[in-house]
Write a protein that binds this ligand. Structure first.
Ligand SMILES: [Zn+2]
Ligand SMILES: [Zn+2]
Length: 335
């Protein structure tokens, strides 16, 4: 079959490889769509805990070809894949936090993923798709489910002045979710003009350009005061620092973007104490995949503008290059 293979950090190509052979408990799927995520770029660059060689791709939708011994799937079923696989035996799994599993594996990170014609995945990771969810939307289930978990860990209360830093796919999903969940006034900070426009169209009350103005001041002006809730969705060190700087008294900061390994930003213990600031991180998507799919089926999340480009698998290298460009949103590989 054809697949995008990352041989080692920095070295990847679309090439012929052997078809996967499902293990017991696994199903063979034919990939339909697979989104390129910042994590894939980190894996390609060697800046993430991937295993090499690896076929990346963890945001995928597919059709079941061989259901193996699965009782809940049949050939021809359309499915979305939850890539994160837990052991259910370690201490973190037993403490109800399987996403922090000590021996977690993940489709497209530690085992072959979706930038391929075929893929073998545990049957437990397959969510049958409601008829109204397209393959394109189903490949957005994973990032949406991560956003839902993030807002569960720490989100705005109704009416909290909210700043979202970054308007990539995740920032725009978060903008829509915050609009739906809390009715909070939202300002989005984003250097790219097209993305700012999109953020306003998808629910931001105002946007600011952090590259051309005093971002902290502009965000305060737009919100009528310091934000009560700041969501870092850029994964950029300067933005992570800005989030801690701008949060107001009694405020909360959710670090959601994936900053480069080793990033350090200044933290002000006195401000944390005096202003009673809460800081949290959120990792992956425990128990939120089904709800993400339900929201997609209900049409509550506007997805069309989130997918900016589609490339055939044979052009996956060009797709990766496009995903690195600042003005792209979600780039999907179609198989
Ligand atoms: Zn991802
Ligand atoms: Zn575990």
């Amino acid at each position: 079959m054809l697949a995008l293979v990352v041989h080692e950090p920095g070295s990847f190509e679309v090439t012929e490889v052997n078809d996967p052979t499902p293990e017991p408990g696994e199903v063979l799927i034919e990939v339909a769509a697979c989104g390129i995520c910042g994590t894939d770029l980190h894996i390609i660059d060697g800046d993430y805990h991937g295993s090499y060689p690896i076929i990346p791709g963890h945001e995928l939708s597919a059709t079941v070809l061989d259901e193996g011994d699965s009782a809940h799937l049949a050939p021809g079923d359309r499915v979305a894949i939850n890539p994160n696989i837990y052991c259910h035996a370690c201490r973190m799994c037993r403490r109800g936090m399987p996403h922090l599993c000590e021996c977690a594996t993940a489709v497209g990170v530690t085992r072959a993923g979706g930038f391929a014609e075929l893929c073998a995945v545990p049957a437990t990771q397959c969510l049958p798709l409601p008829e109204e969810v397209s393959f394109t939307d189903a490949a957005l289930m994973e990032p949406l489910s991560c956003c839902l978990h993030g807002l569960e860990v720490l989100g705005p209360r109704p009416g909290d002045r909210t700043a979202i830093l970054g308007a990539g796919t995740v920032g725009l999903m978060m903008t829509q979710l915050v609009r739906l969940q809390s009715g909070a006034p939202i300002v989005v900070s984003e250097p790219d003009a097209t993305k700012r426009q999109m953020a306003e169209w998808l629910g931001a009350d105002a946007t600011v350009d952090p590259s051309s103005e005093d971002a902290a001041g502009a965000i305060e002006d737009a919100l009528g005061g310091a934000p009560d809730f700041v969501l870092e969705a850029a994964g950029v060190p300067a933005t992570a620092a800005l989030a801690l700087e701008i949060v107001g008294p009694g405020g909360r900061v959710l670090q959601f973007g994936v900053c480069p390994e080793g990033t350090e930003v200044a933290m002000h213990p006195r401000k944390l104490f005096r202003d009673e600031i809460t800081i949290a991180g959120a990792y992956t998507n425990p128990f939120t995949d089904d709800r993400a799919l339900t929201m997609l089926a209900a049409g509550r999340i506007v997805t069309d503008p989130l997918v900016s480009d589609e490339f055939p698998l044979a052009d996956a290298e060009a797709a990766i290059a496009r995903a690195r460009e600042a003005d792209s949103f979600k780039v999907q590989v179609r198989v």
